[in-house]
Design a protein around this ligand. Structure first.
Ligand code: ADP
Ligand code: GN1
Ligand code: MG
Length: 363
């Protein structure tokens, strides 16, 4: 959804911005929210802000999303001596951290994280290592955050067995008549039915604790210092919820250790890059600084495969259901994305022993 100038200005005027808005444009590559960069002129300099329309189809209780973000960011701010490393919301003129418009849609403004880069793909293994440090440190800093204070902003977000049930329902309903064209992909998922319980089973056995996790750890959800590329700030805090550390690890691998983009059409270009896998493993464990248990670390390859399989299944479910969840740019977009995920899963299975050995090196 793109807004007219007038609409942006009428939303933005509800917030306490410094200066007058002189420019705005859609911004970033997120699949869920609508993001705009606003520019204002203030005392002779240009300031930037991030305006976001929270997707009410995905986040049914946006006020709970905002409460989580406020709680977590104030907790992190109390811990740090670098406030630039924590996301900061701009208040509305009524002193609120978000604005609800006439249609009930939730809007918020963050100050722009300046002197930083947000990458769609690592340019070097060091970039990826730095993003791993950022997410590992984030995990570590939140270890004593009171988990009972968190709302589950998307229930069962990384409940892969439940996602599998939703997928089967979408196949059976076949509301768009698309199932016949993707029988191979459907079989690929069904053949991995048993694997989907692995992390929940480990949790039941006491091998995988529930922690406060980010749950959407793509490299484009972290800002690195523009000068040094060192970790600066973790962003996209909408899905902070109780979860498994190995899923935070795994979602980063899914997106960032692939040799191709998430929506690459040529599957011949899509592989798991084991050097990137190792760089991330090293960085994530360093960032976690001894927090993770051995049994948990041993399950990191499972986290990578789980997040990749789950995400592929989610893209395919959305394709079968008429593309109502993820933003798409063309009719087959979700199917293309699902195929890259399944190619990666297959490649992980091929390199399973190597993945395990890499992780063991860092215990
Ligand atoms: P989505 O949930 O749709 O992925 P994000 O919160 O990740 O939305 O924002 C989309 C993009 O906007 C990010 O990938 C990043 O490039 C940019 N962005 C978001 N917040 C900020 C910020 N505070 N400062 C600078 N860039 C930001
Ligand atoms: C979405 O919002 P964004 O683009 O960072 C999605 C993630 C998926 C990802 C796939 C709330 O992330 O779960 O892994 O797309 N976020 C939500 O790229 O569903
Ligand atoms: Mg994002």
């Amino acid at each position: 959804m793109q807004l007219s100038n007038d609409a942006v200005l009428s939303i933005a005027k509800n917030f306490k911005l410094n200066g007058e808005i002189v420019d705005y444009a859609p911004y970033g590559n997120g699949h869920i929210n609508s993001t705009y960069c606003l520019k204002t002129e203030f005392e002779g300099t240009t300031l930037r802000y991030i305006l976001q329309r929270v997707n009410g189809n995905v986040f049914k209780k946006p006020k709970e999303v905002m409460k989580n973000i406020l709680n977590v960011t104030s907790f992190l701010r109390d811990k740090t001596d670098n406030p630039a490393g924590v996301m900061s919301l701009v208040e509305t003129v009524n002193g609120k951290p978000y604005f609800i418009d006439e249609e009930g849609t939730c809007w918020r403004i963050y100050t722009f994280v300046e002197n930083a880069v947000c990458l769609e793909a690592a340019e070097t293994p060091e970039d990826f290592y730095n993003s791993a440090l950022a997410f590992g440190q984030f995990q570590n800093q939140l270890t004593d955050f009171p988990v009972e204070k968190l709302y589950e902003t998307i229930p069962d977000f990384h409940n892969t067995p439940k996602r599998f049930g939703d997928f089967l329902e979408a196949v059976n309903a076949d509301t768009c008549g698309r199932a016949e064209g993707v029988l191979e992909e459907i079989e690929f998922v069904k053949a991995r039915r048993d694997f989907m319980d692995v992390l929940y089973d480990a949790n039941k056995k006491g091998e995988l604790p529930i922690r406060v996790t980010h749950n959407d750890t793509k490299i484009n959800n972290v800002m690195l210092s523009a000068d040094t590329k060192e970790p600066l700030c973790v962003i996209d805090l909408d899905t902070i919820m109780p979860g498994f550390s190995v899923n935070d690890f795994g979602d980063s691998i899914r997106f960032g250790a692939s040799t191709a983009a998430e929506d690459e059409k040529d599957l011949g270009k899509v592989w798991l890059d084991l050097d990137l896998f190792e760089a991330y493993t090293k960085g994530f464990l360093e960032g976690c600084a001894g927090l993770l248990e051995k049994s948990e670390i041993m399950l990191m390859p499972e986290g990578a495969k789980m997040m990749t399989l789950e995400c592929g299944m989610r893209f395919l479910t959305d394709y079968l259901s008429g593309d109502t969840y993820f933003k798409t740019k063309y009719p087959e977009h979700n199917l293309v994305r699902a195929r890259t995920q399944f190619k990666l899963v297959a490649d992980m299975e091929k390199h399973w022993d190597e993945m395990k050995q890499i992780v063991e090196k860092y215990i």
